[in-house]
Design a protein around this ligand. Structure first.
Ligand SMILES: Cc1cc2nc3c(=O)[nH]c(=O)nc-3n(C[C@H](O)[C@H](O)[C@H](O)COP(=O)(O)OP(=O)(O)OC[C@H]3O[C@@H](n4cnc5c(N)ncnc54)[C@H](O)[C@@H]3O)c2cc1C
Length: 407
């Protein structure tokens, strides 16, 4: 399917496809099913991405990327999403991708020099620590309990976070904490850059989770106990932590949509290949109309998702927050991709469950998408709030009310 992407975006996406076909997919097929990605494999794939001139397309050139910008990078993110190894190869992988974007937007020169360039180069990794165990920040982030208090020229952070992706291996953690208890949390929280080896940062465990075996990325529970960081480690403006976090999360939700729609597209490609070869009940499975209709529906929903993602990305590239369009994309794409991958598993029978094909890895990976970065219900809440903002009472003018005869 062709989309209204720029010529440059299409050129770069073509190179990304070559990298996927020549290097990434063969590497994925060689890999024993369910084995986590080793650091050696990551380094090898990144070298290949540099050779194909498709490394960190979304990052400005001055920090080591290709300077393609958010909208033009979109087809590359989709392409990369076709394999679990793709995003990590092209340095469009979460959570570093969102954290790099945040540093680019909110970081000062020294912070960019210290962290952004080495993150882009893949020399260090990062985590984003916002979610807390019950009854702290979760779907309702204003329930945040972690605090940061100023003591001289240092900030002292105390709190308990979890589900910090990559938290076990991260060199730097971006932590959201309350810095003013007297105002609403949305106006009284700040972000901090916390080196993972700072005194008082205690990684409790990698929370055991679905999909952990195939991806190998950790989701850490971390206690911040009297952690002191110099005042220069404040990221962005004091008490504007939620504003900065939202500026990170909006585009990050969309890039999740891009990667997962690539994954769903690949799942359907595999399902179509399998059912075109597999015989049963006197024909190939691909000739069964019930199955063809389900594939048609999945393709349709995926096309709608990819179109909506482009619309939201255009709005963000034009400088709009696009909160409602992003929430619409997040809910719709999460469900459309989950359903497409589930259908692909079904189409391939036992081969969908086995690990010779990547489908069961995809199946495990996609489930989190309906929860991470805001559960479906939270995004529906945003959409519904906007939907009910402008209720047209005139539409009910012809109705009869009790005691008011309709003469
Ligand atoms: C794989 C993975 C990676 C993650 N990575 C990170 C990370 O790097 N950094 C980070 O800070 N966090 C991370 N998270 C946390 C994630 O953002 C939260 O899990 C998410 O925001 C939901 O919060 P919660 O788990 O506390 O769910 P709860 O707040 O306990 O909600 C539970 C469920 O209740 C429902 N619900 C919630 N609100 C409403 C409502 N208003 N109406 C109806 N139903 C509702 C939803 O179905 C929701 O799933 C990650 C989570 C996962 C699973």
């Amino acid at each position: 399917m062709q989309y209204a992407d720029s010529e440059r975006a299409r050129d770069v996406a073509d190179r990304a496809r070559e990298l996927m076909e020549d290097i990434v997919l063969p590497r994925e097929r060689d890999r024993a099913g369910g084995v986590p990605i080793s650091s050696g494999t990551v380094a090898e794939l990144r070298d290949a991405a540099r050779e194909y001139d498709i490394y960190a397309p979304q990052i400005p050139e001055e920090y080591g990327g290709m300077g393609l910008g958010f909208r033009d990078s979109l087809p590359v993110f989709e392409e990369a999403g076709r394999s679990i190894l793709g995003p990590v190869a092209m340095r469009v992988d979460a959570p570093d991708e969102g954290n790099m974007h945040l540093l680019e937007m909110a970081g000062d020169d020294l912070q960019k020099e210290t962290y952004l360039e080495s993150l882009v180069a893949g020399e260090i990794t990062s985590g984003f620590s916002m979610t807390e165990p019950m009854q702290g920040a979760g779907s309702d982030p204003k329930m945040i309990q972690t605090t940061a208090e100023k003591d001289g020229d240092e900030w002292v952070i105390d709190g308990h976070k979890w589900w910090t992706t990559q938290g076990l291996d991260a060199d730097v953690l971006i932590v959201l904490a309350r810095t003013d208890e007297d105002v609403h949390p949305y106006e009284g929280c700040s972000l901090f850059l916390v080196p993972a080896d700072a005194d008082g940062v205690g990684v409790v465990r990698d929370v055991p989770h679905m999909g952990g075996s195939s991806h190998g990325i950790s989701h850490a529970e971390i206690v911040y106990d009297n952690v002191r960081v110099p005042e220069e480690h404040l990221l962005g403006e004091q008490n504007q932590g939620f504003v900065h976090a939202q500026a990170r999360l909006g585009p990050a939700r969309l890039t999740h949509c891009m990667r997962y729609s690539g994954m769903a597209q690949r799942a359907l490609e595999i399902a179509k290949a399998y059912t075109s070869e597999r015989q049963g009940f006197d024909s190939t499975l691909s000739e069964k109309q019930s199955l063809r209709h389900r594939i048609a529906d999945a393709e349709t929903r995926l096309h709608v998702a990819r179109t909506a993602i482009r619309d939201a990305a255009d709005r963000i590239a034009a400088g709009n927050e696009a909160r409602v369009p992003v929430s619409m994309c997040k809910v719709f794409t999460a469900n459309a991709t989950q359903d497409a991958i589930d259908l692909a598993v079904q189409c391939c029978g036992a081969n969908g469950i086995g690990k010779d094909l990547p489908l069961s890895d995809f199946y495990e990976a996609v489930r989190q998408f309906r929860i991470v970065d805001g559960a479906d219900e939270v995004h529906r809440r945003v959409i519904a709030r906007a939907a009910f903002e402008d209720v047209n009472k005139d539409e009910l003018e012809p109705l009869t009310r009790f005691g008011e005869p309709n003469r």
